[in-house]
Design a protein around this ligand. Structure first.
Ligand code: ASP
Length: 327
C-alpha cells in the first residue's frame, strides 16, 4: 500500500506543480523499494523443475529473459507433462498445436500460435522477438520460420496422448474435469539480479480443442504481460476468459494502481466473475510478480498451485480461490 500512497502523493505534487507525467513516473520509479534478489515463479507443479532450470540462470546473475526461456523448455520437452508441447493433448482431430509467447524488460515480445511439430515453441517465440520486426507468427508461417532458424520437426503426439485422444473419441467425448485435463499451461515470471522482469508462457492449449483454436497463452496481454516498471503476470485455465478481459494486462495495471500481486490477481478473477456468464464452470488462475519481488496468485476454483524459487529454496503453494470446489 505504501507504493500507492507514494504514487498518490507524488501525483498530487506533480499536479500542483504542473509537472509532466513522464517526470512524475521517473520520481515514482526512484521511490520504489529495491528488489530483494532474484526470484522465479511458475504455474502448477511442473513449475518446480522449470524453476530449477531458470534458477540456474538467475543464481549466476543471468538475465530474466534467458531464465524464463530456459525454464519453460523443461516441461516443453517432458512427455509426462500432458499440456505442454511434447506429449501434450491434441486437438479434436488429433493434431498437437502449440501456442507460446515471451516478453522482456524492454517491452520486446515474441509469440507463436498454432505451431506444429516443433518441440520448443518458446524458443521460436524468442527468435520472433529477437530476429524479426514482428511480434507474432502463426501456423505454417511460424513453422517455416522455425525450420529456417534450424529447429527440427518431430512428431509431438506420444503413444499415451494418442491413446487418450482415441479413448476420448470413442467415449462420447465426456466432459473433462475442470482442473485436470484442460489447464496446465506453464507461465513463468522472473526477476533477475539487475532487478529486471521477464516472462514466458507455453502450452498445447485446451485438450481436444476445435481445430484452429488459439487460446490466451500466445496473446500478449491475455496470457502474459510484463511492465518492467511495475510487475508481470501470467495465466492458466480457460483461455477465452483471459482473452475477453485481457487478463494479464489487467493484473499489471492493477498493480500499477497500488494493488499487491495477490490482490491484483483476485481483482482480475472478480472482473471475470462479474462480467462473464458461466464463469463458475471454468478454471482460471492468475500468477503475478512485482518489481519488489513480491508474488501472489488467485483462481476461480480450488486446485491451482504455483511454484516459487529464490535464494531461500523452492516452494509449491496453493492459490487462494473464489469458489468452493466444483469438481
Ligand atoms: N490457457 C490455456 C488455453 O486456453 C489452457 C491452459 O492453461 O491449460 O489454451
Amino acid at each position: 500500500m505504501s507504493n500507492r500512497r507514494d504514487f498518490l502523493k507524488l501525483s498530487a505534487i506533480g499536479g500542483s506543480l504542473g509537472l509532466a507525467l513522464s517526470h512524475i513516473k521517473s520520481i515514482s520509479a526512484i521511490e520504489q523499494k529495491q528488489p530483494t534478489g532474484p526470484i522465479v515463479v511458475s504455474t502448477w507443479e511442473h513449475g518446480l523443475s522449470a524453476n530449477e532450470a531458470a534458477w540456474d540462470v538467475l543464481s549466476k546473475k543471468g538475465r530474466a529473459i534467458d531464465a524464463v526461456e530456459k525454464g519453460v523448455r523443461i516441461p516443453e520437452g517432458d512427455p509426462k507433462v500432458r499440456t505442454v508441447s511434447l506429449g501434450g493433448y491434441p486437438d479434436s482431430s488429433g493434431k498437437v498445436t502449440l501456442d507460446a509467447c515471451i516478453m522482456d524488460e524492454n517491452m520486446n515480445c515474441g509469440s507463436v500460435a498454432y505451431l506444429q511439430n516443433i518441440k520448443h515453441p518458446i524458443s521460436v517465440a524468442r527468435k520472433v522477438m529477437d530476429d524479426t520486426p514482428h511480434v507474432m507468427l502463426v501456423g505454417e508461417g511460424a513453422q517455416q520460420f522455425a525450420k529456417e532458424q534450424g529447429f527440427v520437426e518431430e512428431d509431438l503426439l506420444t503413444a499415451e496422448s494418442k491413446a487418450d485422444w482415441q479413448n476420448w473419441l470413442t467415449s462420447g467425448q465426456a466432459k473433462k474435469l475442470i482442473n485436470i485435463e484442460n489447464h496446465d499451461t506453464i507461465g513463468m515470471l522472473a526477476l533477475d539480479a539487475e532487478g529486471n522482469l521477464s516472462g514466458a508462457c507455453t502450452t498445447s492449449g485446451a485438450a481436444y480443442k476445435m481445430p484452429g483454436r488459439v487460446g490466451d497463452s500466445p496473446i500478449i496481454g491475455a496470457g502474459l504481460y510484463v511492465d518492467n516498471e511495475i510487475g508481470a503476470a501470467t495465466a492458466t485455465g480457460m483461455g477465452e476468459l483471459m482473452m475477453k478481459t485481457v487478463g494479464c494486462h489487467l493484473v499489471v495495471e492493477l498493480m500499477r494502481q497500488g494493488a499487491s500481486p495477490q490482490e491484483a490477481c483476485k481483482q482480475a478473477v472478480l472482473r471475470i466473475a462479474n462480467k462473464l456468464e458461466n464463469f463458475e464452470q471454468f478454471q482460471v488462475g492468475f500468477l503475478a510478480l512485482n518489481k519488489q519481488g513480491e508474488y501472489g496468485a488467485y483462481c476461480i476454483q480450488t486446485g491451482f498451485n504455483y511454484a516459487v524459487r529464490n535464494v531461500n529454496g523452492e516452494q509449491l503453494l496453493d492459490a487462494k480461490y473464489l469458489l468452493e470446489d466444483k469438481i
